[in-house]
Each structure stands twice: as structure tokens, then as C-alpha cells.
Ligand binder design. Structure first.
Ligand SMILES: [Zn+2]
Ligand SMILES: [Zn+2]
Length: 290
């Protein structure tokens, strides 16, 4: 069984957990090590059992606590070469065996039985990526900081049971908010961040293709609100024919019955159902078990 949730999400720091009984991974470690240790405890996980931290890109909201965690628990840090070069100083000293350099073009690799693959995302960093993690039965894909909805981005998310995608800003709040023009242009640009509307389009397509759990993350503090993001995405999904199912704390495993027919496979006869949650800025999201 795969366990998946965010621990922190937003411009003040990002960290997600994906694990099984045998392997435990963090995607990014963008808040202090102490905060991550605390939050892992709240979802019943031991930081000493984390095998690796997968780094998406070198921005501080994704790497802040990575070096300290790695040194404290002997955790491996995994990133591609250009990201390593951009973040090396901030990570600080680590043992050579903790420093794993992946090649974006080499496909996938394994961490304790979990298959991991990275893919390029459009964002203003050295070589930013998203990650797909699979236990061979189920698949989780994580990518925030995504400038725009490119066809290749959709291809990488497609077929995932659960996803973390970005709902960064409400377009009206961004346009009428406190940000100067150049910053608004950066955020709206192709290497900036994804709006609630674009996020809704992506979420709809994914749910119609069989994705059953969608976490909205990396919300802007100034240009978005959790209820605005949720409502915009929900409306778009429902207009596309997706039924939003309301779950309590844990999405039950049988919700992801293997071989279940997706709405697309059924020729759209059956409504696609998906759970939709907003990742809190501080503290963990609902824990998804698949
Ligand atoms: Zn970020
Ligand atoms: Zn970033």
C-alpha cells in the first residue's frame, strides 16, 4: 500500500511524503528539519526511516531543511546534476554516498522497491522536475511550480492514481493584488506558476482518465485562498462531468480497486469520481492510502 500526503505546501516551504512499509521518500524538504520531523511524527512516521529526499528544484522553499535532515539521519538526497550544482552550497556538507545524482534522460530508478522517475517541468530554475513514484500497482505523481499546462506535463500525470498539482493563484487576485507588474508577469509566464483555472483543467482531464485523488498545493499566500482554489477547481471538474467525492481523513484503499474501469474506458457512461483536497500551508494534508 502507498501512503501519500503533503506535510507543508506553498511559497513558505514544500514537503510531501510518499511511502510503503519498505521505503519512505520525501519530495522536497523546504521547511526546517525540526518542522518536518514534527509533522512526520503526526502521520506516524519516523524521520530515521526516511530513505531519500527527492529534490524538484533548488528554490529555497524546496530545499531549506534537506541538508540538516540528511546529516541528522543519513538520508540520501536525490537530484539531477544541474540542480545539485545550483543548490550545493545551501545543502552543505554531506557524505558522498548520500549525494545521488540522477540523469533526467536515463528513465527510472529504484529506492527500496519503489520505482521513481523524474520529468522536466516548465519553471524558472536550473533543471526543475516532477516525480512519479510507483509500487507497481499504483502510481503517485507530484509536480508543483509548473509554469503552464504543456502537453508533456499532462502525459506524465496521466494514469496516476493520486497527484499533487499546483493551484498557485487566482487570476483576479493576482492582477489586483500587491505584486508589481514584473512579478505578475513572471508568475503568469510560461516558467512561473499555474493558476487555479489551469489547475482545474488539468484536474478534470486527470479525473476523467482515472485519477482518484487530487491534492491542490503551492497556493500563493497573497494571490489565492484555499476556498477560492477549491471552488474554482471543483466547478471546472463538475462542469466536465466529474463527481467530487467527499472523504474523511483517509481515502479507503478499496476506493482504488485494481482494474476498475475509468470513465474514459467506459465511453463516458460512468461518472468519474475523484477526491479533491487542498494542501494546508503548514501541517499535513489528508493522508491518502492507495
Ligand atoms: Zn516553490
Ligand atoms: Zn520554484
Amino acid at each position: 500500500m502507498l501512503k501519500f500526503c503533503t506535510l507543508f505546501s506553498g511559497s513558505s516551504g514544500n514537503c510531501a511524503f510518499i511511502g510503503t512499509d519498505r521505503a519512505k521518500l520525501l519530495v522536497d524538504a523546504g521547511v526546517t528539519a525540526k518542522s518536518i520531523e514534527h509533522e512526520l511524527g503526526l502521520i506516524g512516521e519516523d524521520p530515521g526511516e526516511v530513505d531519500a529526499i527527492l529534490i524538484t528544484h533548488e528554490h529555497i522553499d524546496h530545499i531549506r531543511g534537506a541538508g540538516v535532515l540528511a546529516r541528522r539521519y543519513g538520508i540520501k538526497i536525490i537530484a539531477n546534476d544541474r540542480t545539485w550544482r545550483a543548490m550545493d552550497q545551501e545543502i552543505g556538507k554531506t557524505e558522498p554516498e548520500q549525494r545521488i545524482v540522477i540523469d533526467a534522460s536515463s528513465g527510472s530508478f529504484y529506492v527500496g522497491g519503489l520505482e521513481v522517475s523524474s520529468f522536466t517541468i516548465p519553471h524558472d530554475a536550473a533543471d526543475p522536475v516532477g516525480y512519479t513514484v510507483s509500487d507497481r500497482r499504483h502510481r503517485v505523481t507530484v509536480a508543483t511550480d509548473t509554469g503552464f499546462l504543456s502537453p508533456s506535463l499532462f502525459e506524465h500525470f496521466k494514469g496516476s492514481d493520486a497527484v499533487l498539482i499546483e493551484a498557485n493563484h487566482d487570476l483576479d487576485m493576482l492582477e489586483n493584488g500587491p505584486y508589481p507588474r514584473y512579478l505578475i508577469a513572471r508568475i503568469r509566464g510560461n516558467r512561473g506558476h499555474l493558476s487555479n483555472v489551469s489547475c482545474g483543467e488539468l484536474a478534470s482531464k486527470l479525473a476523467l482518465g482515472g485519477t482518484r485523488a487530487i491534492i491542490l498545493g503551492h497556493l500563493s499566500k497573497e494571490n489565492n485562498l484555499p476556498e477560492v482554489a477549491y471552488e474554482t477547481v471543483r466547478r471546472t471538474m463538475e462542469e466536465s462531468g466529474v463527481v467530487i467525492v467527499d472523504h474523511t481523513d483517509v481515502i479507503p484503499p478499496d476506493f482504488f480497486a485494481p482494474g476498475s474501469v475509468t470513465s474514459e474506458q467506459a465511453g463516458g457512461q460512468y461518472p468519474a469520481e475523484a477526491g479533491l483536497v487542498v494542501a494546508p500551508r503548514y501541517g499535513h494534508s489528508k493522508v491518502i492510502l492507495i
